[in-house]
Write a protein of this length. Structure first.
Length: 393
């Protein structure tokens, strides 16, 4: 475990500005939290899927009951777009909203963070705020109410937004984007359909494994990642098979948050570089793309993080006699998990092999490429895309 000891001595900073309230039924504390954040009139940001499921009504009923005047913006698409954030900021200004409430999965929450950046900087376009240093002013207060277990966006510092002009996913990564309060109520996740439970759950697993093995990992995030992996190993298949299993849903929501703590203080890596390229080119679900590539990138990285993958295997509850055996078992476990929760193969998503070079270039140019434990060049990404595609035919 020498690499662990070495990394623990690296200097780091750890900030977690979001107040987390967690537990079945805790969404009922919304009015109290609005008083705590000091807001008067919120813009509720959500998406059409949440509205169709009626989950936004749980929140707006609470606002009505508390006598809070609000406006609602539901123009957030999957893989949220720059134009969605810009329209959301316009809606907030038109409504004279002084704080934001995001209800939904990663898309509405990431979009709300970007809306907050636009409001804080009195800006029209989000593109200039890409990166880690461009956002220089605190966002207005944001209450996040997650309805899926995957992104951890309810407490991360990242807002991933699709640049529709240049067709790639840009990230605004700043503690200024972090929510003021995250109201994490597992009851709001029980109606998530099995396929979505699977994809978002493996997204959380990817955050934890990539966060734990990234070149810039740090020990507090590592601890969060390992507990996240343990919870996912215990609960993802259960939540997939029986959505009403509240214990499994609670474990998955907590795992998602812990994965978020891990990667926001460390980074994601090559799995996300590929998934974000695929998401921006084909508008494919983020979690599904991660799930497809996670075991294959782990295989690619194997020789560079045997000890860390053995710790992953330990968190998964797998027995092993050597770190080499443990690391190999961790990869096999992830492969089997994606089968058990019926995630699709890459080929079944109908990608065009002619696009693989461009996708490889996009992945290579992703800001998280340098965080992968084993360096990946454009040719390595292209070979991986090709191999994973052929493996699924
Ligand atoms: Fe992700």
């Amino acid at each position: 475990m020498n690499d662990m000891n070495y990394k623990c001595m690296n200097p780091f900073e750890f900030t977690l500005p979001t107040k987390v309230i967690f537990g079945p039924g805790c969404v009922s504390q919304l009015a109290e939290e609005i008083q705590n954040v000091g807001g008067r009139k919120p813009l509720v940001i959500t998406d059409p899927g949440i509205r169709k499921a009626g989950i936004d009504r749980i929140v707006t009923d609470l606002l009505d009951k508390a006598g809070v005047e609000y406006s609602l913006f539901d123009g957030v698409e999957a893989n949220p777009k720059d134009v969605n954030a810009e329209a959301g900021a316009k809606a907030a200004r038109a409504a004279s909203a002084d704080f934001l409430i995001a209800v939904g999965g990663g898309s509405p929450i990431d979009c709300a963070k970007a809306v907050g950046v636009l409001l804080a900087h009195d800006a029209e376009f989000i593109k200039p705020y890409e990166g880690k240093t461009a956002a220089t002013l605190p966002n207005p207060p944001l209450i996040t109410i997650p309805t899926t277990s995957g992104t951890g966006s309810e407490l991360t510092f990242s807002s991933v937004i699709t640049d529709t002009k240049n067709h790639y996913k840009m990230t605004v990564k700043s503690p200024y984007t972090a929510a003021t309060t995250a109201l994490c109520d597992p009851k709001l996740t029980v109606s998530v359909p099995p396929a979505f439970t699977a994809a978002t759950g493996v997204d959380a697993l990817t955050h934890s494994i990539e966060g734990f093995t990234a070149t810039c990992s740090e020990p507090i995030g590592d601890a969060a990642a390992l507990y996240s992996i343990e919870l996912i190993a215990k609960s993802l298949v259960r939540a997939f098979k029986d959505g009403s299993d509240l214990e499994a849903r609670s474990n998955m929501l907590m795992a998602s948050m812990l994965g978020g703590i891990s990667f926001s203080h460390s980074d994601v890596a090559s799995v996300h570089c590929i998934a974000e390229a695929l998401g921006s080119m084909y508008d494919l679900p983020h979690g599904t793309c991660n799930a497809i590539f996670l075991p294959f990138v782990m295989e690619y990285n194997m020789d560079y993080c045997i000890d860390r993958y053995a710790r992953v295997a330990e968190a998964m509850g797998l027995p092993f006699d050597s770190n080499e055996e443990g690391a190999a078992k961790a990869v096999e476990y992830v492969k089997q998990l994606t089968v058990d929760v019926e995630l699709p193969t890459f080929a079944s998503l109908n990608p065009d092999p002619k696009d693989f070079r461009t996708l490889a270039e996009m992945a290579y140019n992703n800001g998280s490429n340098g965080s992968n434990p084993r360096p990946m060049e454009i040719a390595d990404y292209e070979a991986l895309l090709d191999n994973v595609y052929k493996a699924g035919i």
